[in-house]
Design a protein around this ligand. Structure first.
Ligand code: PLP
Length: 415
């Protein structure tokens, strides 16, 4: 990771890139939406395909010279079909949010109705938050998790759907630690004649590996990102049945995007290829085992986990019981100063602000990529607890930071 050409041409940017490599190497990345892509994926995304215009789709481009671009996109599509068992895949969305935007464009008219999970209960901005285009173009109603159990309130969802009569129900979440019952949500969508859009952004890798049930073949549309639990570099994707293939392709291009980021499509092809190897299933199983171990360690130390635990790659901690004076933002800052990088997060029944919420969210996808097993993750959990218990104690922060350095050295990255 020398970036020697950048170093020659632009030392200031090269220094920032080198700092980022060091930061990833020397801190524990526990942001649940992040991972470490392989050098092969990073190389593909940093390739000269960044120069190429390839508006259109393989075999039907609006530009000459698209032979290699076609080859790359066809590989990405073929591998995605194999990974997720989808009839049709569009690998061009620049991100998960663009994937959702394209699906809305393919299915809805302005003023139509979207029913989605409330943001502070684990939803996503692109599911209809007022600050997002989806909240501005569509009429949005929201369902929730059960405040007692932290599990999705499927009955509440059905009741709201009956009353609201949505045109689309969005499932799939950003901060929900439990297995989603896609069939149950799909039955609600069917009953009110709404499209079901399952946004598996966080769990694309877990679904591909079969460690979380798949909505492919159940929901009408499945959207995802390619850089979270699957390590295919930054980007988005859409899967659907053949009956929606043309609508989706036209909505992505020319609907919401121009030329695809072919360098990122190349990264997707490489990352999907890696995920087809047997070792990826082991990886995904370890991600979930690690998240369970992390959750147990935190719960044993007296922290409150939303839903009491996890079935996925993330845990969501509600700090209000155990650390009533510590906000999620302050916890995030204290942990970062000790080399543990995660994010403050809203929790169901949030009583602080989204900018400084009451919880923290931690994921295990990136640490598992570095080879952390349950024992190592339990130690990380202990370190987190030490910081939360003494967030301003310089001696504690220094001791934790030193141990973080040792753990990073023992789990090298990008050698
Ligand atoms: C991360 C995420 C997305 C995609 O976000 P981008 O940053 O646009 O790639 C979409 N939906 C959910 C539920 C997410 O968690």
């Amino acid at each position: 990771m020398e970036h020697e050409h950048v170093r020659e041409a632009d030392p200031a940017v090269a220094t920032a890139l080198a700092d980022e490599v060091d930061r990833q190497r020397n801190t524990l990345s526990m942001i649940a939406s992040e991972n470490h892509a392989s050098r092969a994926v990073v190389d593909a995304q940093g390739s000269v395909l960044t120069n190429k215009y390839a508006e259109g789709y393989p075999g039907e481009r609006y530009y000459a010279g698209c032979g290699p671009a076609d080859a790359v996109e066809e590989l990405a599509i073929e591998r995605a079909k194999e990974l997720w068992g989808a009839d049709h895949v569009n690998v061009q969305p620049h991100s998960g949010s663009q994937a959702n935007m394209a699906v809305y464009l393919a299915t809805l008219d302005p003023g139509d109705r979207i029913l989605s999970l409330e943001l502070e209960h684990g939803g996503h901005l692109s599911h209809g938050h007022p600050a997002n285009f989806a909240g501005q173009l569509f009429e949005v109603e929201q369902y929730r998790v059960d405040p007692e159990t932290g599990y999705l309130d499927y009955e509440g969802l059905a009741d709201i759907a009956d009353e609201f009569d949505p045109d689309a129900i969005v499932s799939g979440f950003s901060a929900y630690p439990r297995t989603v019952d896609w069939e149950r949500i799909d039955a609600v969508a069917d009953a009110v004649d709404a499209y079901h859009v399952a946004d598996i952004a966080h769990i694309t890798g877990l679904v591909a590996a079969g460690v979380h049930p798949s909505p492919v073949g159940i929901a009408d549309f499945v959207t995802g990102s390619t850089h979270k639990t699957i390590r295919a570099g930054r980007g988005g994707m859409i899967m659907c049945g053949e009956e929606h293939a043309d609508a989706v392709d036209n909505a992505v291009f020319p609907g919401v995007q121009g030329g695809p980021l072919m360098h990122n499509v190349a990264g997707k092809a490489v990352g999907f290829g890696e995920a087809l190897e047997d070792s990826f299933t082991e990886y995904a199983e370890q991600v979930v085992a690690n998240a369970r171990a992390l959750g147990e360690t935190l719960a044993d130390a007296g922290l409150t986990l939303v839903s009491g635990g996890t079935d996925t790659h993330l845990v969501l901690v509600d700090l209000r019981d155990s650390h009533p004076d510590l906000s999620g933002g302050d916890a995030e800052a204290a942990l970062e100063s000790a080399g543990i990088v995660l994010n403050g997060n809203t929790v169901p029944g949030e009583t602080r602000s989204p900018f400084d919420p009451s919880g923290i969210r931690a994921g295990t996808a990136a640490l598992t990529t570095r080879g952390f097993d349950e024992a190592a993750i339990r130690e990380v959990g202990d370190l987190i607890v030490r910081v939360l218990d003494a967030p301003t104690d310089e001696a504690v922060l220094a001791a934790v930071s030193e141990r973080v350095d040792e753990l990073c050295a023992a789990h090298p990255l990008y050698e």
